[in-house]
Write a protein that binds this ligand. Structure first.
Ligand code: FAS
Ligand code: PHB
Length: 389
């Protein structure tokens, strides 16, 4: 087979890139290791930044998002029983949208199927060959049958555990990592959200987040230690702990119910440089990971896709290589700002096993300063709604 862009990974990065390229007449083939049902079964991000909203609209896949998504003009930040609101729209003129990653991915799959663009599921043993030449090719197997795709470019959209990043020679790659000494235990419950806006909470018992997917589907997280397992937690124990970590007046309104999904996600900050090697371009989790505190994982995948998409369009439409040649530098400049914000917000809101009483006082003082200072709130709001592309 031959195509212009071979895309490894059928998650949001790969699918969004495929759809944007399709709209500009650029052909691609998407290779996905799992099944569509498996990909759609993963419960992940919930908040979309302005840049991703615009990309979804440019890709022509935003109708359901704009109809069913929830525009949020602010979020609540609590510490103990104290709570204040961060007003995104007042500080930045922008809002965010609550619309689950599952739905984003569902809409992108629907568009791909409608366009007839090829997607191969259950692929195995994907190898990216000759990425450092002008004639790269991808080999892989489906149901034991070996296949080959000759292409102009390869987009590595295969996430943190994919093969694309490993294709870049170790002596070329530089990796930066911070692993946090805790995880997030998350549940999904068919209950009304405790508040109509998100609550980012910190307490002497640790971090909690109250989020949602719709008026009767809530998403909650509590910080947990890395040696815990989701099955160690009964629903009752989860609800009791969550109530202890959010302000009492919010806990009184919490409607509990059975969890329909329960999982623990580890937290890490990770960046690999460069994000390009020859004709191979890394996008999204294949290149970087952030702790989900700032709701930046999916959204930063989108900014990578934006830069790569525009670089590839310029190449095919004008012959210019400026966009693809500057891709890694341009994408990384924004990635590192997002890594900083996600690390800062995570450091502010979580309990660290080795922190001292003084450290805890510093967290509280920073929250009091943020609560009282317009410039501090402006800076936080600009990061949360999404830095410009
Ligand atoms: P993805 O990992 O989503 O997709 C990569 C795809 O490539 C997968 O479908 C995988 O099956 C496929 N693949 C892997 N190896 C392959 C191979 N060799 N060949 C072919 N295909 C291959 N972000 C937030 O903003 N908020 C959150 O609350 C949040 N929670 C998260 C919880 C978990 C457990 C995880 C892992 C991530 C979470 N994230 C969250 C981040 C997440 O949303 C990612 O940023 C987002 O999925 C990035 O999308 P992709 O880059 O497409 O990577
Ligand atoms: C979610 O709804 O899953 C969510 C929202 C905001 C975050 C992280 C996760 O920062």
């Amino acid at each position: 087979m031959k195509t212009q862009v071979a895309i490894i990974g059928g998650g949001p990065s790969g699918l969004l890139l495929a759809q944007l390229l399709h709209k500009r007449g650029i052909e691609s083939i998407v290779l996905e290791r799992k099944t569509k049902a498996y990909v759609l079964g993963r419960i992940r991000a919930g908040v979309l930044e302005r840049g991703l909203l615009e990309l979804m609209r440019e890709a022509g896949v935003s109708a359901r998002m704009d109809k069913e998504g929830y525009v949020h003009h602010g979020a609540l930040i609590s510490y103990g029983d104290e709570m204040f609101r961060l007003n995104f729209t007042e500080h930045t003129g922008h809002a965010v949208m609550v619309y689950g990653q599952t739905e984003v991915t569902r809409d992108l799959y629907a568009a791909r199927e409608q366009s007839g663009g090829p997607i191969e599921f259950n692929v195995e043993n994907v190898v990216i060959n000759d990425a450092d030449t002008d004639a790269p090719f991808v080999t892989y197997e489906v149901a034991g049958e070996s296949r080959r795709i000759d292409c102009d470019f390869v987009a590595g959209c295969d996430g943190f555990h994919g093969v694309s990043r490993q294709t870049i020679p170790p002596d070329v790659r530089r990796e930066y990592e911070k692993v946090y000494p805790f995880g997030w235990l998350g549940i999904l419950s068919e209950t009304p959200p405790v508040n109509h806006e998100l609550i980012y909470a910190t307490s002497d018992r640790g971090f909690a987040l109250c989020s949602m997917r719709n008026e009767n589907l809530s998403r909650y997280y509590i910080q947990c230690s890395l040696d815990e397992k989701a099955e160690d937690w009964t629903d009752e124990a989860f609800w009791d702990e969550l109530k202890r970590r959010i302000p009492a007046d919010q806990a009184r309104n919490l409607v509990t119910g059975p969890s329909i999904e329960k999982s623990i996600a580890p937290l890490r900050s990770f960046v690999t440089e460069p994000m390009r090697w020859g004709r191979l371009f890394l996008c999204g989790d294949a290149a970087h990971i952030v702790p989900p505190t700032g709701a930046k994982g999916l959204n930063t995948a989108a900014s990578d896709v934006n830069y790569l998409y525009r670089g590839l369009c310029a190449f095919y439409e004008t012959g210019s290589t400026d966009g693809i040649d500057s891709y890694s530098q341009t994408a990384l400049a924004r990635v590192w700002k997002v890594e900083r914000f996600s690390w800062w917000f995570s450091s502010l809101m979580h309990q660290f096993p080795d922190q001292t009483d003084f450290d805890r006082k510093m967290q509280w003082a920073e929250l009091e300063f943020l609560r009282a200072n317009d410039a501090a709130q402006q800076a936080m709001a600009e990061n949360y709604v999404g830095l410009p592309y």
